[in-house]
Design a protein around this ligand. Structure first.
Ligand code: SF4
Ligand code: SF4
Length: 665
């Protein structure tokens, strides 16, 4: 390089790296606007997980289906690019600016190095073409509505980088007469150019031009990453590294005595990790197409939620850092303008979004924080929710208007309360819905009968049982939740309760994973696990059932939140006469019934989520839809009402099916 070229090399390098570093510094300072949160525990575990998810690209591959192979393309792009990145470091490092060019002398090292890059470039170019086809020609549903100019720029830039790489090798080898077969593409181009009438001077001039173009493209790419949505290339690594390690179903508690902020009403009310999520979003749209609220036509899209929050952070954040009030106030309220109340209430907390997110984004805690603010600070609560919350406070259950008592379902079953006899092995926690809702009480009866048949020494709390608090927490009222928790823990301790069986996945999740936050550690078993175990031990032996074809609906709080997928299926398979058939969306990919997140007490406008799920179940031609959650049971029966079908399938809890089969023996 001439002294002038050397100067240009360094000026460009400093400008690009400076712009890159400046942007990262700003983004880092924006994160510091967030509230404190400790995500630095379990370092080794975190590192291993991140390496697995990113280097092996499991985060992308786990979303691959036959219908949507985009994760494969991303993996190819990533693998190729990792090699190219190494190549670019060497490219710039070996440039004369750094004085290392003496190592590239056309020897074996250079041939091997360039050949590896050649293969990587072929790989990346193929992946880019694949991505472009997927993005612009056969677009998967999840990319609909996405503004994709940035994605187009990045694909073109990457493709140009690959082509320039081939050209550099081809023109330099042709110009300087290096006879070579390797690298394959560069070598072939060099042989082709050498066979033409192009003069050596022209070849050298083109080589130099291409070299500078390549250099400019690499630096441009570096800057573009930091300023575009492709920031996820950088942010997804720390985001996956620092993902939540607490149980999936445990919302973070609010210290009600000390908290200055109840929920989030401003972007800086989120924690720094919640803000990091915004940078990490790859705009892949997986959460958008998995979201039952979105699929049923509600305004909520988890993808748009994340993107709107990010845009808002970038808009107001610099003003907040500078402390200039006018710069920090664009005249938009976080709740209302950036995220609407409809969006906040539309979430069923089904966790489908988080399950599919390749960068481990956590959408639900943000939505709950916004809800908490609406409920605890603004008292802006839908009427039906307010009524349910008041009912929990006044009567200890959310089923306002019920005429049932906590023990009506147990009439004639000879079941003792702990007040009558606390010398039991198991507390059967019935739950508000199964005790106080007409249809669901049959599930409580079936469960209790099975426990009796198996000879289990159990008792109930009867009139002393009170809501576990789950609906209050999901509906944003942490006060009511914590009051219920304290009351229940005290009662459990009073009766020396150690093991709890419940048929409600919501009670199960809350008592098992949220009560420990308040000092209540109990062994909690869902009735599907318990029944599966009783069957294994031979304590239950259901006979023939006339159930026929049965499909199982995974409750979100049993499946996605607690990974209980097999016990209910094992129970069903153990009943002779039942043939299990799966819906297209099952297990981790299961589709919400629409009842979680407090939605049992929310009016649902437009198409009902439960109707969509029932339609999926009907496609299986099953005669029975089995489930293991009282909310799902009600919602699926609700969905059945709006479905026109000659012989509608029955909706039954697993316990009812086992009990009915035991009955026939
Ligand atoms: S939790 Fe479910 S309903 Fe809520 S945003 Fe995620 S996918 Fe949508
Ligand atoms: S939040 Fe996750 S799943 Fe949703 S668009 Fe962003 S990266 Fe994709």
């Amino acid at each position: 390089m001439s002294p002038v070229e050397l100067a240009i090399f360094w000026v460009l390098f400093v400008i690009a790296v400076g712009l890159f570093a400046w942007r990262l510094y700003l983004l880092f300072r924006l994160l510091l606007l967030g509230q404190k949160e400790n995500r630095f525990d379990n370092k080794v575990h975190r590192m291993i997980y991140m390496a697995f998810m990113t280097l092996f690209q499991w985060c992308s591959l786990r979303g691959v289906t036959r219908k949507d192979l985009a994760g494969m393309g991303h993996t190819m792009l990533f693998a190729g690019f990792l090699l190219m990145l190494l190549g670019y470091i060497i490219f710039i490092g070996f440039a004369e600016g750094f004085g290392l060019s003496r190592f590239l002398t056309g020897g074996t090292f250079e041939t091997v190095y360039l050949s590896i890059l050649d293969f990587a470039a072929i790989f990346v170019a193929a992946a880019v073409i694949w991505a472009a086809i997927r993005r612009y020609i056969v677009r998967p549903e999840r990319l609909e509505g996405e503004i994709n100019i940035e994605a187009g720029i990045i694909l073109v830039l990457v493709f140009v980088l690959m082509v320039l790489h081939f050209c550099i090798v081809g023109f330099s080898y042709a110009a300087y007469g290096v006879p070579t077969f390797w690298p394959i593409i560069g070598g072939a181009l060099a042989r082709f150019l050498a066979g033409t009438a192009i003069s050596q001077g022209t070849l050298i001039a083109v080589y130099k031009s291409v070299w500078w173009l390549h250099y400019l493209a690499i630096l441009g790419f570096l800057v573009f990453i930091a300023y575009s949505k492709h920031l996820h290339i950088l942010a997804s690594f720390p985001n996956i590294l620092l993902r939540g390690l607490t149980p999936k179903g445990a919302l973070k508690p609010i210290d009600l005595d000390k908290a200055e902020i109840l929920g989030a009403s401003k972007i800086q009310d989120f924690t720094w990790k919640q803000l990091l999520d915004l940078y990490a979003c790859a705009v892949c749209g997986r959460c958008h197409t998995a979201c039952p609220a979105q699929l049923s036509g509600k305004s909520l899209s988890p993808r748009e939620l994340i993107l709107n929050l990010k845009e808002h952070l970038l808009e107001v954040g610099p003003g907040l850092i500078s402390g200039k009030a006018e710069a920090a106030d664009p005249g938009k309220a976080l709740i209302g303008d950036i995220v609407t109340e409809d969006e906040i209430w539309a979430c069923t907390t089904c966790r489908a979004c988080q399950e599919v997110c390749p960068v481990s984004n956590e959408h639900i805690d943000k939505i709950i924080d916004l809800r908490r603010n609406l409920v605890l600070e603004e008292a802006s609560i839908p009427e039906t929710v307010e009524s349910a919350l008041r009912s929990i406070e006044d009567r200890g259950h959310p089923w306002r208007g019920t005429t049932l008592t906590r023990t009506d379902w147990a009439e004639g079953l000879d079941i003792k309360t702990l007040a009558e006899d606390s010398d039991v092995d198991i507390l059967y926690w019935v739950g508000c819905t199964e005790a106080l809702e007409e249809r669901s009480k049959k599930v409580a009866q079936a469960t209790a009968k099975l426990l009796k048949q198996a000879g289990i020494r159990f008792g109930i709390l009867g009139a002393e049982e009170s809501c576990c608090g789950e609906p209050a927490r999901r509906l944003g009222n942490e006060y009511v939740f914590q009051l219920q928790v304290e009351k229940n823990i005290e009662l459990f301790k009073q009766y020396n309760v150690k093991r709890i069986v419940t048929a409600c996945p919501h009670c199960y999740n809350t008592i098992k994973y949220e009560y420990p936050q308040f000092g209540g550690e109990f062994e909690v078993i869902h009735h599907t696990e318990f029944i599966a175990d009783l069957l294994k031990q031979g304590k239950l032996s259901p006979a023939q059932s006339n159930g026929g074809l049965v499909t199982y609906h995974d409750a979100c709080y049993l499946g996605r939140y607690n990974d209980i997928y097999e016990p209910p299926r094992k129970v069903l398979s153990s009943i002779a006469g039942i043939k299990l058939v799966e819906m297209e969306q099952n297990r981790k990919n299961g589709f919400c019934c629409g009842g979680g997140g407090g939605h049992m007490w929310l009016e649902e406008p437009g198409t009902k989520i439960c109707t969509l799920r029932v339609e999926q179940a009907i496609k299986t031609k099953a005669q029975i839809i089995a489930t293991a959650c009282p909310f799902c049971l009600q919602m699926l029966e609700e969905g059945m009402k709006t479905t026109v079908i000659e012989t509608p399938p029955k909706v039954m809890d697993i316990a009812e099916l086992v009990e009915a089969a035991s009955h026939t023996s």
